[in-house]
Unconditional design. Structure first.
Length: 372
């Protein structure tokens, strides 16, 4: 069923998210040749500077799709085996039996059983994801910290395992994607960031997508406000931040237009081959960082709509910012939405995030964007 874009409905829906409490957000929705771009609210709550739809934004774990595509290019070149143990490539980083048991595919679909390094790198997040026992102090402490990926990987690999290699449900872990970055470096002889820039970002013709060289976002961008479940009041700006804490797992900056272009080219076979895309779309159950079980492929996950077929894409969050990019399976209908506030939900006495009007308003915007 054809549901053309309805600019009036989309403008109303994006405005509703702002009124529900989101300082600022912007989006692009595409349906074939039709394009709608919209923005609502402010990029800076102090000055009132408005957000605009062409702003650059930290897009968090959307980076994982780019990293997965780069790995699959090397699979196509015969340099990496999807079902080869990671210990064959990186024996020092994942030694012994685990290195023999964990395959490249298990890293890509989060079934490696390797723990998340985040609570070890950020001491005040030690109880993450038991949120009530965490605090925001480490966010400030690490604003300008330059982490080396092998240091973070070591924290994840030496932490207690969260599952058996290949077991399901898997557990979402950034440790997996930092290892994939090291794998790319090992087989290409250049850093993962450089390889992804040359062979994924530039190949796709993305002009406003990059790994930041330092703690600043280049070009026009919004401030990024972190609330950490009401523990930071008023929310604090973390738009200046050294992204070495996530690297090839979540460090990219991009625009809503670039992300729609990228996720439109992916199902068309212009980034990886159709057989690689089929591998990306083979899903397993994975427990997300929010504690929900989702279906997850290789750097991609589906979002089903009632009777509308699957949308494929990825979401991402960083301190203070978030984005979601989704493309219908046929590549024709797309949306990317960027927001400048994170963890707006308060916690109940058991530490569970409570519903917030922003949640419902965002869901309504997603529906208007994807289904008309």
């Amino acid at each position: 069923m054809k549901n053309p874009l309805d600019p009036t409905a989309l403008n109303a829906a994006i405005g509703h998210v702002h009124r529900a409490g989101m300082p600022g957000l912007f989006a692009e929705v595409r349906d074939g040749d039709q394009v709608w771009r919209g923005a609502a609210g402010v990029a800076d709550v102090t000055t009132g500077r408005p957000v605009t739809a062409d702003m650059r934004h930290r897009v968090g774990s959307i980076t994982k799709t780019f990293t997965a595509a780069a790995v699959l290019q090397q699979v196509e070149n015969g340099q990496i085996g999807l079902d080869t143990p990671i210990g064959r490539y990186l024996p020092k980083l994942v030694p012994g039996e685990r290195g023999d048991a964990i395959t490249v595919r298990m890293l890509m679909n989060h079934t490696s059983g390797l723990a998340e390094y985040l609570p070890y790198a950020y001491p005040s997040l030690k109880a993450f994801p038991a949120l009530a026992d965490t605090g925001p102090q480490s966010l400030d402490d690490n604003r300008f910290t330059r982490f080396h990926p092998t240091e973070l990987i070591g924290m994840g690999v030496t932490a207690p395992a969260v599952g058996a290699p290949g077991g399901t449900p898997g557990v979402y872990s950034n440790t997996n994607y930092l290892l994939l970055g090291q794998l790319l470096e090992q087989v290409t002889g250049t850093t993962a960031e450089r390889y992804i820039t040359r062979n994924v970002i530039e190949r796709a013709g993305l002009r406003d997508t990059a790994f930041p060289a330092g703690p600043y976002v280049d070009g026009p961008h919004s401030r990024l406000y972190e609330e950490w479940f009401g523990m930071i009041d008023p929310p604090r700006d973390y738009s200046v931040y050294d992204m070495s804490w996530v690297g090839p797992a979540a460090a990219l900056t991009s625009t809503v237009a670039d992300l729609n272009r990228f996720y439109g080219m992916l199902p068309a076979g212009e980034i990886v081959s159709p057989s690689s895309l089929a591998q990306m779309q083979r899903t397993v159950p994975v427990v997300s960082q929010e504690g929900r079980t989702i279906d997850y492929g290789l750097g991609l996950h589906p979002m089903e709509g009632p009777g509308q077929g699957a949308f494929w894409g990825h979401g991402g969050t960083v301190w203070g910012g978030g984005a979601l990019a989704m493309t219908r399976a046929d590549g024709k209908r797309q949306m990317t939405i960027a927001v400048n506030l994170q963890r707006w939900n308060s916690l109940d006495s058991s530490g569970k995030p409570q519903p917030h009007p922003i949640d419902d308003a965002l869901a309504a915007l997603y529906r208007a964007a994807m289904y008309g």
